[in-house]
Design a protein around this ligand. Sequence first.
Ligand code: GAP
Length: 491
Amino acid sequence: MNNESAAEDIVKRRAIFYRSFGIYAEVGGFYDYGPIGLRIKRKIEEAWRKLFPEGMGLLEVETSIVLPEVVLKASGHLATFTDPVGVCGSCHTSYRLDKLLEEYYEANGDGEGLGGVKKLKLNDLAARISSVGIKCSKCGGSIGNPENFNLMFKTQIGQKGTEIAYLRPETAQGIFVDFKDIYRAYGLKLPCGISQVGKVFRNEISPRQQLVRVREFTQMETEIFIDKEAGFGSFGGVDFKKIEAERISFARRGEEEGSEYTIRSLLDDGSIPNEYFAILLYKEKELVDLLGIGKERYRFRQLEKEELPHYSMGNIDLEVKTSYGYIEVAGNAHRSDYDLSSHAKLSGEDLSVLSNEKKVLPHVIEASIGVDRLLFSVIDGAVRDDGRGWKLLALNSSVAPYEYAVFPLQKDDGLIKKAKEIHEGLGARRICSFYAEAGSIGKRYARADEIGIPNAITVDFDTLKDGTVTIRDRDSSKQVRKSIDELLRAT
Ligand code: GAP
């Protein structure tokens, strides 16, 4: 496996994102976003908001990050949100057993072995690791003591700390717990949807591959609540005729690779469980298309039974091909009434609602998208090296941190004044631009290319005479001359 991502160099040098607490001893799995990374992240969240909650007319909430133990007992996370772990008998390094075995099979090109890992239970994983001879990569010791390790971060509430709580491992639980109040307060009817974007926490055993497996990350989740007995009419303002004719790359259970199918054919053969699920997949396709992840880089994959999360009766995940191979970017699940019925049982509250004059405990279809993996996938696929002496990030305007860079050609009071006027003029039109005057113009172009800014505006001495500037296109590095008025009018 390639251990370097295509964008690693740019990401480091331009501090797009970087390890947290870097000046102290290394603690893996936590990343900070620098100014450029943060702008890209916000753009991804904005694109999602426009397509999901706002685009489908759903509601968005923000719920607590700290959850009392009872919530996670009901949700099943306390008992089952675990990964299989083994520990080196000599140096006590911990390993996630399924990932360790997968890496071994990948390195040995053993597709059959690799495909079988998902089906192995804890003790079988440990036995296989021992039989194929995998040892601790740090000291060569034997890996043993297998256990199912719970991934949640535990904490305590209050001064005495008697009440146990956990940092939420998904945003969804807040939505389920609040569902009935929101339903009532907003006069909702089934089907309806509630979204949330926010931080979640998982104490991953072996965080790795930059943002791909971290311990603190952001999810954008949408839960659609349905009456499973009612037929499908319409939902989310979408034209379902158009959606069902859409072709997507899809790997059915047991298939290694994705093939092209219409959404209609996947509904007909039961691979996609219902129309609501189909709408969420289509929306995800719209999102990745908008963010510039090419069609050839992503697929939907129906998970094997053994891979399903404890709450799911069927998952179809969105996977994107990156320098680290395919990674799961979104987990889409048919959660049935699993969550609402468990919360109803443990809280004693009736969480059913009235639908067509009868009481219904809604079933839930979920789209859970990881912002950080999506951001990583976007950047990883955008690196181009076309012999300029530096690499560029060919980001779509939808995710570029700025649409324009504004540069005075050199350090000259007149040029600087004019360049700042343009920078501020763009700002007044709510277009945030990137201004820089330090360094040669070549170095500034390089920097703008590396952080993915599509257009660089340069103010030179002709600008002062005739009010025109050069606009340099990032991808072709071609320059055209335009009047400032024309430029600002077009924005
Ligand atoms: N509520 C459903 C849920 O949480 P999930 O498949 O466990 O489903 C959803 O997570 C998404 O969250 C994943 O598709 C991925 O994008 C992101 N994610 C999960 N674990 C992650 C990790 N350790 N680091 C970065 N992103 C992660």
